[in-house]
Design a protein. Structure first.
Lengths: 841, 165
């Protein structure tokens, strides 16, 4: 529906031709360009038939990003999507500021592949840190061009002009005025920025400094909330097309099952039955109505053959298995899922190659040595925080330090697979009309989905488009991608629009999961209680780690017998801290389950990929060292931070100290060693602290828990999160995002684990896969936004990513709080009550 | 195929649907409503909730033929273009993250406050415990319920564009 002032508010207002016609007539629909400016590497060879209509908008052209309407309003078209955290509103705030137009005279369209530029979609916590910059530079350039036009129109030099709210006036004579709409409406800018990739585009105009921003920095209400509350929003699940039918999968009953027969007799006479489609081990049923498809999928008779050997150990035997498994070889190419793909890149293997070429450099004392130096601009393709799979990172001389140690402590930590388990099952609608393919999805990566589906179906790239709409929040590589490929394939098979919906058991059992980790740690303390040596050895069960929208790794491809040449190896990441521990050795290895294909135990990026797992181990271990030294855990950490001397040009050390002190102050942290003196009470209380950084964002979490000695139940009564993500574009929506991300971490600390027997995942619904509920929520949450930059008022303070960081220390914060309350150190998450009770008795 | 009579958000409909069809799919696919939606199909998450005879009902496990009484969906909460105080509180509190579960949260909260205008924190948690959220917006939802409670008790809350952080 349109708003009363004619602004297209929702994607369907402009779906059909208006926008594309505009771009086409300006000659702005470029052939898709690879990240290095050359022709696309994997343009499908199957360029049969006439070229399709869905070209890629040229990101150099202002007209691909901004349209000024006759009524002096503007629509922004951007290639980053808002998964539900309010970043869409932030894009509007920033672009309105740079363009000098009133915020409420703008709308923003995101993520549809034929009418927006490719900024990858969402993920990586890159929306504001990285993707907002091209948006701002384009808007700034548009403002410059409009001022030039205004100058000619008004007969005054540009430096004689003032502009505000899309109105240009002559400073000395305000009666001389012209609006943006009067200058340009209905016409194109026809101005191009320069730059060989979308992250680097720039024009002549500079972006504004922070003090000049009017909307950014304010807690503007999110524009997507009212239609979500009043029921008027059209979600991806709400799209209906003429002739649309419904499909449901018949998933294999166990991993590596081989389909031996299908018996259609129970379904073929059911009302509304259309067809059973199958290829290899992939089976789906198609019916006219939704409930008919559900019933038919339940009743279809299929026979399957079990694999000769068990596809995996049962979940209770997982860590035993991981201990003795052989690590994936160093020479296996790294995980496509290891990092977020950069805009315009075909897939993230390019990014991984860039990282892998950097041999693990010996780090200097005072830092973990594994972060990208912040003084380097975020280069295309460089992921923020991933360590090489191969090789140890060594600081100082750990062996010597361990030999001389006054006291040695050892611990082993276990983190299970945890799932996406999206609130609603994966879904998509695919429309094969006119020999093209249009996919309606809420997936986070619309552009790679478009490329992947084109390749999978052997269709010309420009015959396929993806329309991005809203849905349940995705946390990375979600099953939304699998559902989209399935919908598209079935739609092509039967020639009608197909809505695919995964049922609850499919989503819970077959989603992509964050990998299980086993981490061994050793530490050496000197006689003064300083941690002088630290050995971190992580093993992740992350082979094969699926990437985004890959036509050779999506589930339907696997079930049809398609195999990548080499399965992606995944990664075992390192802790991220600024502690000055003079001797360190850190090693990460990846192992795989016996079966890598056609298995529900498949890994892929899940919110803060491979972050909370190593951090659980590392920040629990720091606490164990502090307790052994009988030093307060906050004090123990601050000492290791303050004694660091290595150059800290990214100010991470200063900001780490700032968040820890801010969290402690907000909580009212009184210094004393952990644990509390033993108590005979039934409810034991305690507090725990944990800290880490993620890219440039630094975060400290304090948890106060109550542990019920009789039941083992743990309640996080209070949480304090101190969070430094640089310049804050929208404080209110940031606080809410941090709050929700913190609680996601609490859910993974207390509730979540994938359960399986030797042939199938057994956690299949909300009872068998536990998630945080209303009753688990703290009674108090303090979010402290910290600006710990040594020059906090600097006008160029940039925003850093914030969608994931606050989750990262949560598992450790809760574990440390349980230790403080009970004196019992639990090294296995989640802290389910049966596990806690067993540890207490 | 039966002819089923339904009254939804104040309007009457006669539909040719099988009586064992879950109400959810009739509301969404035959009446084009968007409020109730599919989350689990098992009555575990609340995404599908609607109000029938003053109770919050899981439409995903309710056969359409069994419905007696008028149905109110999320769309039907507002009257004459004015949002229900619960909806208004949700906006003022900026409660949703992605928003997909909020149909269940809002419907359940509305029914709670209709039955118990002054619930304690414990009563709020207990009443809401069957509505799930994977974004973990729970804390903000509970704040919004308390805000709505105050508004419905008397004294509307002012709505402003800017929320003080």
């Amino acid at each position: 529906m349109k708003s009363s002032d004619g602004l297209p508010k929702q994607i369907e207002d402009i779906l059909i031709t208006h926008r594309r016609g505009f771009l086409k007539s300006a000659g702005l629909l470029a052939v898709s360009i690879g990240v290095f400016g050359t022709a696309a590497l994997d343009e499908t060879a199957a360029q049969t038939g006439p070229p399709g209509p869905y070209r890629d908008p040229d990101f150099h052209e202002i007209d691909s990003w901004i349209v000024i309407h006759e009524d002096n309003t503007a629509t922004f078209y951007v290639g980053t999507t808002d998964p539900g955290q309010g970043t869409g509103t932030c894009f509007r705030q920033l672009m309105s500021d740079e363009l000098d137009i009133a915020f409420d005279k703008t709308t923003c369209i995101m993520g549809s592949t034929d009418i927006t530029v490719d900024q990858v979609g969402s993920g990586g916590s890159y929306a504001l840190e990285r993707h907002s910059w091209p948006m701002r530079r384009v808007a700034a350039e548009a403002r410059r061009v409009l001022l030039e036009m205004g100058s000619k129109h008004l007969g005054a030099a540009v430096d004689q002009l003032a502009v505000s709210d899309a109105l240009i006036t002559v400073r000395t004579d305000a009666s001389k005025r012209v609006t943006y709409g009067e200058l340009i409406a209905g016409k194109k800018f026809n101005v191009a920025l320069t730059g060989n990739n979308i992250d680097r585009i720039s024009g002549q105009a500079k972006t504004k400094s922070n003090p000049e921003l009017k909307y950014a920095g304010k807690s503007t209400q999110r524009d997507d909330i009212p239609p979500k509350v009043d029921g008027s929003l059209k979600w991806a699940v709400d799209v209906k097309l003429p002739g649309m039918v419904h499909a449901r999968n018949v998933k294999p009953p166990f991993a590596c099952a081989k389909l031996t027969s299908i018996d259609e007799s129970p379904v073929k006479n059911l009302p509304g039955f259309i067809k059973v489609v199958s290829k290899g081990n992939y089976v789906a049923v198609v019916c006219e109505r939704e409930e008919q498809a559900i019933r038919a999928a339940q009743r279809l008779k299929t026979s399957w053959q079990k694999p000769a050997t068990a596809p995996f150990p049962a979940s209770e035997d997982l860590f035993t298995y991981m201990r003795s498994a052989t690590p994936v070889s160093d020479h296996t190419p790294g995980g496509a899922g290891e990092s977020e793909p950069s805009p315009g890149s075909r897939h993230a293997v390019e990014a991984d190659a860039g990282l892998r070429n950097k041999a693990a450099r010996p780090a200097t004392a005072g830092e973990s040595g594994l972060h990208v130096p912040p003084s380097r601009p975020p280069a295309v393709g460089n992921p923020p925080m991933r360590a090489p799979v191969s090789g140890p990172v060594v600081v100082g001389n750990p062996d010597a330090a361990f030999s001389a140690a006054a006291k040695i402590i050892e611990a082993e930590y276990e983190i299970p697979f945890q799932g996406h388990t999206a609130f609603a099952g994966a879904h998509a609608l695919a429309d094969p009309s006119n020999g093209q393919m249009t996919v309606y999805t809420n997936d986070m990566k619309s552009y790679s989905m478009r490329r992947g589906i084109a390749q999978f179906l052997g269709m010309p790239h420009d015959s396929v488009r993806v329309v991005w709409m809203m849905g349940p929040q995705g946390f990375g590589r979600s099953a939304a991608e699998d559902a989209a490929f399935e919908a598209a394939w079935i739609a092509r098979e039967i020639g009608r629009p197909v809505r695919m919906q995964w049922m609850r058991d499919e989503e819970t059992a077959w989603d992509t999961k964050g990998p299980a980790f086993l981490v061994k740690m050793r530490g050496a303390l000197d006689s003064a209680g300083n941690l002088v040596a630290y050995d971190f050895h992580a093993r992740s069960c992350d082979h094969n780690h699926v990437g985004y929208n890959e036509p050779d790794s999506v589930l339907i491809a696997q079930l049809m017998g398609i195999r990548r040449a080499k399965p992606a190896a995944g990664s075992a990441a390192m802790p991220s801290d600024m502690y000055a521990i003079p001797n360190r050795r850190m090693v990460g290895e990846v192992v795989g389950l016996p079966t890598l294909w056609e298995t529900p135990l498949r890994t892929g990026n899940l919110r803060d990929p491979n972050g909370p797992q190593p951090t659980f181990a590392a920040e629990s271990f720091i606490d164990e060292a502090a307790a052994t030294a009988k030093i307060d855990p906050l004090q123990f950490r601050l000492k290791m931070l303050k004694s660091g001397t290595h150059d800290d040009s990214g100010f991470r050390r200063a900001r780490s100290i700032a968040v820890l002190e801010a969290a402690a102050k907000a909580y009212g942290w009184e210094l004393r060693p952990s644990p509390k003196p033993p108590s005979k009470e039934n409810i034991l209380t305690g507090r725990g602290i944990a800290y880490t950084f993620r890219g440039e964002t630094v975060v400290a979490q304090i948890a106060e828990v109550e542990v019920n000695r009789q039941t083992g139940h743990v309640w996080a009564k209070r949480l304090v999160c101190a969070h430094d993500c640089g310049f804050v574009v929208n404080p209110a929506s940031l606080r809410h995002t941090i709050e929700c991300c913190t609680l996601h971490g609490l859910s993974r600390a207390l509730c979540e684990e994938v359960q399986f027997d030797t042939e199938k995942v057994t956690s299949r619904d909300w009872f068998s896969y536990q998630t945080l509920r209303h009753e688990d929520v703290p009674e108090r949450i303090d979010i402290v936004l910290v600006n710990g930059d040594p020059n906090p008022n600097r006008p160029d303070l940039p925003p850093y990513g914030a969608g994931e960081a606050s989750l990262k220390p949560m598992l450790a914060a809760i574990g440390n709080a349980i230790y403080d309350a009970t004196g019992i150190r639990i090294r296995r998450v989640p802290f389910r009550k049966d596990r806690v009770l067993a540890a207490l008795t | 195929m039966s002819r089923i009579e339904l009254k939804v958000n104040g309007r009457s409909h006669t539909l040719g649907v099988e009586p064992d069809t879950p109400l959810l799919y009739v509301l969404r696919n035959d009446l084009d409503l968007r409020g109730p939606r599919f989350g689990c199909g098992l009555g575990q998450c609340g995404a599908c909730k609607v109000i029938i005879n003053g109770a919050a009902v899981f439409s995903c496990i309710t056969p359409v033929g069994s419905v007696k009484g008028e149905i109110t969906t999320l769309e039907g909460l507002s009257q004459n273009g004015r949002l229900h105080p619960v909806q208004q509180a949700w906006i003022e509190e900026q409660a949703p993250q992605c928003g997909f579960c909020q149909n269940g949260q809002i419907i359940t909260a509305k029914v709670l406050l209709d039955k118990n205008p002054h619930p304690t924190d414990a009563q709020i948690r207990e009443a809401m415990n069957g509505t799930l959220c994977r974004c973990m917006s729970y804390f903000r939802v509970q704040s919004a319920i308390k805000r709505a409670m105050k508004a419905m008790a008397g004294g509307a809350t002012a709505s402003t564009k800017e929320v003080v952080a």
